[in-house]
Design a protein around this ligand. Structure first.
Ligand code: C5P
Length: 218
């Protein structure tokens, strides 16, 4: 278990982050949020006024920002050029631009190399979209976490602190991001992945189920 790589992939709002952190904490593993890295890259592009609609401009600067990720599941840290961006990368402007930035091959190549470096000899839960399929195809446990669109929109809406009136808007934004991610960012259950549907489960129940899959695979 101490050298295991646990890949947790899935769409936005599936509860991936809470589940991944919970599983890592319970099993004493490190934790890596690859979505936060794509968000940090996007944050840097916006800060530096790079035209998000211009893939060549994004590609030209994909190597510029220094992105550092912490791996403590109790306190996930992310910085760009030495600045803590954990809060800033969750803002709506970053969320709205991240799929376009993540679709640029130079961005993916750079971040995948960084992710593989952090994964190292293992002992880590890695969450993302393409972990089991691309980043760590040799992962010892592969989980594809999903939930109904309604459940995902409701969860994301609560995270955003929104009232019931904005669930429809949240759902629309989520669906739009999913469709870009599905087309360009490799979101699909990898072969050999265990699909866990969180729609009818509490967070604790999902953590239990995933932890059981990991222990069984170890
Ligand atoms: O998981 P999160 O919602 O923070 O991810 C933000 C975005 O980063 C996703 O919508 C997707 O476009 C991109 N992403 C990716 N590959 C990953 C993780 C995230 O393309 N492994």
């Amino acid at each position: 278990l101490s050298r295991m790589v646990v890949a947790i992939d899935g769409p936005s709002g599936s509860g991936k982050s809470s589940v991944s952190r919970g599983v890592a904490a319970r099993l004493g593993l490190r934790y890596l949020d690859t979505g936060a890295q794509y968000r940090a890259m996007t944050y840097w592009m916006l800060q530096n006024k790079i035209d998000i609609a211009d893939p060549a401009a994004i590609a030209a600067d994909a190597g510029a920002p220094a992105i550092e990720s912490g791996t403590d599941p109790a306190a996930p840290a992310i910085s760009v050029d030495g600045h803590d961006v954990a809060v800033a990368i969750r803002e709506a402007d970053v969320t709205g631009a991240v799929s376009a930035v993540a679709a640029v091959p130079e961005v993916r190549a750079r971040l995948i190399a960084l992710q593989r470096q952090i994964i190292g000899i293992g002992g880590i839960v890695v969450e993302g979209r393409d972990i089991a399929s691309v980043v760590a195809p040799g992962a010892g446990a592969k989980i594809f976490l999903t939930a109904s669109e309604d459940a995902r929109a409701a969860r994301r809406n609560t995270e955003n602190g929104g009232g019931a009136g904005t669930v429809a808007a949240t759902r629309e934004a989520l669906t739009r991001r999913d469709s870009v991610d599905n087309r360009t960012n490799a979101l699909a259950a990898a072969s050999g992945a265990m699909v866990v549907d969180a729609t009818e489960l509490t967070l604790e129940q999902v953590i239990d189920q995933v932890a059981r899959i990991v222990i069984h695979a170890a």
